[in-house]
Design a protein around this ligand. Sequence first.
Ligand code: GLP
Length: 256
Amino acid sequence: MTTAQRIDLNNITVYVEEGLDAVGERAAEVFCAALDEAPTASFGFATGSTPVCMYQDLIKRYNAGTLDMSGIKAFNLDEYYPIQKTNDQSYEYFMSTELFNHVNVDPANRDIPNGEAADPEAECARYEAAVRATDNYKLQILGIGENGHIGFNEPTDTFPAKTNHVDLTASTIEANARFFDSIDDVPTQALTMGVGTIMQAEKILLIATGPKKSQIIADCLVGGITPHVAGSALQLHRDVTVVLDADAAQELLARL
Ligand code: GLP
């Protein structure tokens, strides 16, 4: 595919694409290149509205017979807590309906923090151990919160190293209320990979679209490195690809 614009920032390659279909195609291309290199590796998936364009492109490739995900182990960044897996706002449900029901990831090889766990701290420890036990954590897909969170690592004073049980900030609850019937239905807690967990991945693929992400993308990629903007830790990762649409790229391009 042709690229609208490519920017190289040390360890971070940024693609700016025209429109959601092109963002989805570029992100899927990055994913598939990693999958070709390591067809039996672990891949970390993300939820939110942003990666949907990429999942749609992956489903197209699967239907065309050019994508085989049968060998991978699939992890997920985070899950609300507490939440039933059958709740249509759970990330478990999201991943099934948006991707996994349409491709050939083995259900036995899918793992996501369990929002139904009786003991959330024990579940975080189990999940962290599962991610760290994988011998090849090839690629982690990320979206970004308007406050810079990756996974649900909210602004705080230290970078969370491991999978942790967090309180969501008022701004995240407000941002995610659009998916629920009412803001009172949004869970106030979550289980999320820590920033340290995410940084274990060999490659990171961050996707952001729309004008609401413009400021925070610039802060993450060329601002100061601070746990108050969890995504700024990506500046310390060795292999990051960022796929943006023109709206999300605006402030970054202005600051370069
Ligand atoms: C949620 C998820 C994040 C996601 C963010 C952005 O809070 N925990 O992983 O990146 O929302 O969501 P969206 O892509 O819908 O803007």
